[in-house]
Design a protein around this ligand. Structure first.
Ligand code: UDP
Ligand code: MG
Length: 330
């Protein structure tokens, strides 16, 4: 029997509209560098006429002239939208607000201090067009202080070993998310958030693009040690109850130690009565040791309870004064 070869008519696809790429750009007191950043970013975007772009600047309660500059960008360029926060809510929340409003087919989150080079963001777009749904920009090298490098190095490895999510090493918040990932991410409304961890835990097709992280173009880091430590704690407590389990282990160790002490004291009493175990020093050591471990444990438990408390309050994540630019019907 002869079977005629079937030829599938190739259907011409309907000419698709150009993909829209959104940038989410958190700004906190960046007046000295933001213009250079904006110029470099728009120059990079001009090299890709086949794409449409939208720039969502989130002014995170800057106390300097950043907002006035952002408003100027919005006046000059219809692609720019500015979300002005009522006060400083922090980097992670600023990113969240940007993601809430960005409407692109892909969304890129990046810093506005030129540490994340605008050109690299286009490499993220290329990886996305090849099929990746999440593209992490991985720091091949970075120009930070030795202290920051060392603590970041240690922290990422610790986090990876104590959590179940596979957080990629040496990545910050510079990454691209496909529309469907961004939509899903918007459903995560936790307050003390560690966006990079949430994204890593989501699955999807993830890839990396390596880049060399530059020095800050102007100004100081907006992550002093205090904020860095808070982010580190948020990252750990968002994904792991390992610190709570550590308390149990610590309890066992202390118990074992005190058992040894008791056995020693009893043994001396019965078999070597001539040696008296000195009371005061021993007591002081035990009391201080136990007091210390208990306070530490309470602190760890308190951190988790604090998270429960602030989640239970259910307050809005951020307050917006106004949104400037863009079409208002979105
Ligand atoms: N940022 C923010 N709110 C803050 C702190 C920082 O929006 O409370 C922004 C800041 O303007 C920058 C990005 O978050 O675009 C990263 O901050 P920074 O560069 O100071 O952090 P580092 O690169 O030193 O870790
Ligand atoms: Mg920076």
């Amino acid at each position: 029997m002869h079977i005629a070869p079937v030829t599938l008519a190739t259907v011409e696809p309907v000419p698709a509209r150009r993909p829209l790429i959104s940038y989410v750009l958190p700004v906190y007191n960046e007046q000295d560098g933001i213009t250079a950043f904006h110029t470099e970013l728009t120059a990079a975007l001009a090299s890709r006429p086949e794409l449409d772009f939208e720039l969502v600047y989130v002014n995170d309660g800057s106390a300097d002239g950043s907002l006035a500059l952002l408003k100027e960008f919005a006046e000059q360029d219809p692609r720019v939208r500015v979300v002005d926060f009522a006060r400083n809510f922090g980097h992670q929340i600023a990113i969240t607000a940007g993601l809430d409003i960005a409407s692109g087919d892909a969304v890129i989150v990046m810093d506005t201090d030129l540490q994340d080079p605008p050109k690299v963001s286009l490499e993220l777009v290329d990886a996305w067009r090849e099929g990746a749904e999440i593209v992490h920009a991985r720091r091949r090298s970075r120009q930070d202080t030795p202290f920051k490098k060392a603590t970041a190095h240690l922290y990422y490895r610790l986090l990876r070993s104590s959590t179940e999510v596979d957080i990629p090493l040496d990545t910050g918040d510079f990454r691209l998310l496909d529309r469907k990932v961004a939509d899903e991410l918007r459903k995560y409304r936790e307050r003390s958030r560690f966006v990079r961890g949430i994204v890593a835990s989501m699955g999807y097709t993830q890839t990396e693009v390596a880049f060399d992280r530059d020095e800050r173009f102007a100004g100081e880091t907006k992550y002093p040690l205090r904020k860095m430590a808070r982010l580190a704690v948020d990252g750990m407590t968002s994904f792991s109850t390992a610190p709570l389990k550590m308390i149990t282990r610590l309890g066992f160790v202390v118990l074992a130690l005190s058992l040894l002490g008791i056995l020693y004291a009893l043994g001396m009493k019965f078999f070597r009565p001539e040696i008296t175990v000195s009371g005061w020093t021993m007591l002081m050591c035990v009391v201080l040791f136990l007091g210390g471990t208990q306070m530490l444990s309470l602190g760890v438990i308190g951190t988790y309870i604090g998270r429960i408390y602030s989640e239970a309050q259910g307050r809005p994540l951020y307050l917006v004064r106004e949104v400037i630019g863009g079409d208002d019907d979105r």
